[in-house]
Ligand binder design. Structure first.
Ligand SMILES: NC(=O)c1ccc[n+]([C@@H]2O[C@H](COP(=O)([O-])OP(=O)(O)OC[C@H]3O[C@@H](n4cnc5c(N)ncnc54)[C@H](OP(=O)(O)O)[C@@H]3O)[C@@H](O)[C@H]2O)c1
Length: 317
């Protein structure tokens, strides 16, 4: 039995040390890169580019001399961002595609994006648009849940399929990114769809990165620590989100992370909150055990108590 303690020690070391080495490499070992030069690219496309993290990515790319296609909801936020960014970067070309990425088939926004990009080569694609729906899954309308799913997941799949084929057919190098979330590391009752949609992106990106590596198309998935953006004002009231927002960083930190990590690492866990969450929830605590604890403990959680819908008994037929 004398070997048990060192065995657990070495399992811990083997799980955590290589992970921390990658995190430190991503945070301190990768200097900023100019993506226009790195990929010999003229154009990038950013979804959810009108606000928060997406707007910061657009600004960063424009500062590097890249022209940018901004895809976001056709609303006042996009109109205002258009005015600001064009004035800020008079020498950069922008194209704006106002569309709804929550469409199930993707046909309408894909044809709008194809039309807007038919005469240019998009070599950097940032699948960033997304939002969170709070409440019990069965209590929120299916329409809302599916719109959330299609925005967070389907739009990224649809645009990736189109632009990856364009790059492969033209033998272009490039970069495809996904804005995932550390929420995907754990079960997230009362926002079940959000965390599931984000872990989908992470797993998908990790597989795609290997498929496209030989063709020199880099894939990057970022897990941001809390970022100060409209994300929180658009989400329903939930104390975990309010607490997260208190520790939030500016959106530019994700744009910087993308420019440092592109082609260097595939999965970028940005910031201390994400890193600590990853270690606790995937390396110290077992997922199955975590799930059981969550199931037993949720009924005592304030958010759950506040959001759960009490239903009058409906008589069975
Ligand atoms: N903020 C955080 O702490 C955090 C942490 C982890 C991951 N993320 C992820 O980061 C990404 C960007 O979020 P953010 O924090 O920058 O929030 P944000 O400021 O609300 O930005 C979201 C962007 O997506 C667009 N969008 C939303 N629904 C859309 C739809 N159906 N069709 C087209 N565009 C749509 C929004 O347009 P409108 O402004 O017009 O609605 C906006 O441009 C999201 O995927 C989010 O899940 C955020």
């Amino acid at each position: 039995m004398y070997f048990i303690t060192p065995l657990f020690f070495w399992i811990g070391v083997l799980a955590v040390v290589p992970y921390l080495a990658l995190v430190l490499y991503g945070a301190y070992g990768c200097p900023e890169q100019n993506l226009k030069t790195k990929y010999n690219a003229q154009w990038a496309l950013v979804t959810g580019g009108s606000s928060g993290i997406g707007a910061a990515i657009v600004r960063k790319f424009a500062g590097q001399g890249l022209n940018v296609v901004v895809v976001a909801l056709d609303d006042a936020t996009l109109a205002q961002f258009k005015e600001t960014i064009v004035a800020e970067f008079p020498l950069v070309k922008f194209r704006f595609v106002g569309c709804d990425l929550s469409e199930a088939t993707g046909e309408t926004y894909l044809s709008a994006v194809k039309e807007a990009t038919k005469d240019i080569d998009v070599q950097i694609l940032c699948n960033n648009a997304g939002f969170i729906t709070t409440g019990g899954y069965a209590d929120v309308t299916l329409k809302r849940e599916m719109a959330n799913y299609h925005t967070n997941v389907t739009s990224g799949l649809t645009l990736t399929h189109h632009f990856a084929n364009e790059m492969l057919d033209k033998k272009l190098t490039g970069l495809i990114t996904y804005t995932s979330s550390s929420a995907g590391f754990i079960p997230n009752p009362m926002s079940a769809l959000y965390s599931s949609s984000k872990i989908f992106l992470t797993t998908f990106a990790a597989s795609l990165a290997a498929e496209l590596a030989e063709s020199k198309i880099d894939v990057l998935v970022v897990h941001p620590s809390p970022i100060n953006s409209n994300f929180y004002s658009n989400a329903g009231k939930m104390s975990t989100l309010t607490s997260a927002q208190k520790f939030s960083s500016p959106p530019s930190i994700i744009a910087d992370t993308i420019c440092r990590s592109a082609g260097k690492i595939v999965v970028s866990d940005q910031g201390p909150i994400t890193v600590v969450m990853k270690i606790v929830t995937t390396k110290i605590m077992d997922w199955n055990v975590f799930t059981e604890i969550m199931k037993l403990g949720l009924r005592f959680n304030g958010d759950y108590k506040a959001m759960k819908v009490d239903r009058p008994l409906k008589k069975a037929n």
